[in-house]
Write a protein that binds this ligand. Structure first.
Ligand SMILES: Nc1ncnc2c1ncn2[C@@H]1O[C@H](COP(=O)(O)OP(=O)(O)O)[C@@H](O)[C@H]1O
Ligand SMILES: [Mg+2]
Length: 366
């Protein structure tokens, strides 16, 4: 990729003859290899020094910023003279090692003033009992807040121009991603950070890439095309096991489906795949939440039809149509209401592209 290089530095040589732990006897040819000593590898974005990443990860702990199934985000004191007081370190647990490593590898290639700067990451493997513990740790700037924290109670005294200005910054980050053939796929107001100057910085590249997949779980704050219309399961229980289409999603245990199981002719299914337009929808959700706060209504719902277990596309459309009307005219001009409505169109192909969104936002900011 243009202007992007990677510097890899092996801090410890990997052990040559790791410990071989036969688990099930030689006939099953199953064995686990564990390094005799810890192995550390640091990968940086261009111009960054590997030692900076190492120092940042071991910097003095200040506070926890958050945690989840993937691991933790900690705020730590930054190495002296780097221009930051603190840095954020996102670290995986062994189970999420691969996904955090993938996120980091994407993150260090991105370079835009409204995208989170991933300075580099460390991959560490240490022996732990009979197995190994693997940690991927990403170093990035520490953020002051998020759009969620700032707008959870609604826009209050924030003017429409100011809201449009913040949305413009977010849109510029998205324009950069889309221009490089990438979809963010997890665009939410809690992933839109604010730095200490109040600028929007889009982060969390855990789902960012050149293609995307369905969500693991039913979630109406995402566009309908990202939500698996699967039957059964914990996340989306439709309770119609006898339906002829229940065979489409296998067991339906997790509610997760892949592209192949989505039959475009089924009620509720969307004909086009998940695309850039899915990010546009999420931008519309963020815009409506900035005006209405955390109680903004979902733009679509999936009220289950008692017989088929699916909602009809027409019902969902009605919900979307009603959305624009809910934005208060005092805070949102006709232009903003129309833009939000267009971003939230049920049909992905009817939504504006990111360049059009940016242009219309710039018209509002004046
Ligand atoms: N650079 C950062 N600065 C401050 N807090 C952060 C930063 N990155 C993430 N966080 C916080 O850490 C938590 C997890 O963030 P994130 O990386 O988005 O993971 P996920 O959304 O998958 O749980 C969230 O509470 C988020 O606000
Ligand atoms: Mg997040």
């Amino acid at each position: 990729m243009e202007g992007i290089t990677q510097s890899t530095q092996r801090l410890n040589r990997p052990s040559i003859g790791g410990m071989k732990l036969g688990l099930n006897g030689p006939q099953k040819k199953l064995s686990l290899w564990a390094p005799a000593t810890p192995v550390k590898e640091i990968i940086t974005r261009p111009g960054m020094d590997a030692s900076f990443i190492g120092q940042a990860i071991t910097g003095r702990f200040c506070r926890d910023a958050g945690s989840g199934a993937y691991g933790t985000v900690e705020i730590r004191k930054a190495p002296a003279g780097c221009g930051h007081e603190t840095l954020a370190i996102k670290s995986s647990c062994t189970e999420s090692y691969d996904s955090v490593k993938e996120e980091a590898a994407v993150g260090i290639t991105l370079d835009h003033k409204h995208l989170m700067k991933y300075y580099g990451y460390q991959l560490e493997t240490v022996p732990a009992g009979a197995g190994i513990k693997k940690t991927a740790s990403i170093v990035m700037p520490a953020m002051a807040s998020t759009l969620e924290k700032r707008f959870e109670d609604g826009a209050d005294n924030t003017s429409e121009k100011e809201i449009a200005g913040l949305l413009c910054e977010l849109a510029s980050a998205l324009e950069y991603l889309h221009g490089r053939g990438m979809i963010h796929s997890d665009l939410k107001w809690d992933n839109a950070f604010l730095d200490k100057e109040g600028r929007v910085i889009l982060g969390d590249f855990g789902r960012t890439g050149t293609s995307t997949r369905f969500l693991d779980c039913f979630n109406p704050s995402y566009p309908p095309e990202m939500v698996p219309f699967a039957r059964g399961g914990d996340c989306l229980s439709t309770g119609s096991e006898s339906s002829p289409s229940s065979s489409h999603n296998g067991s339906g245990d997790s509610g997760y489906s892949d592209h192949n199981v989505l039959d475009a002719n089924e009620p509720g299914a969307v004909k086009t795949g998940i695309n850039y337009s899915s990010d546009i929808y999420c931008l519309g959700v963020i815009a409506s939440k900035m005006v209405l706060g955390k109680n903004a209504p979902y733009a679509w719902s999936m009220d289950k039809d008692a017989e088929t277990g699916f909602s009809s596309k027409d019902e969902s459309y009605k919900v979307v149509d009603a959305m624009g009307a809910k934005l208060p005219a005092t805070l949102a001009s006709k232009q903003l209401i129309e833009l939000v409505g267009d971003c939230l169109k049920f049909d992905p192909q009817s939504r504006p592209d990111i360049r059009e969104v940016s242009r219309r936002l710039e018209d509002i900011t004046g």
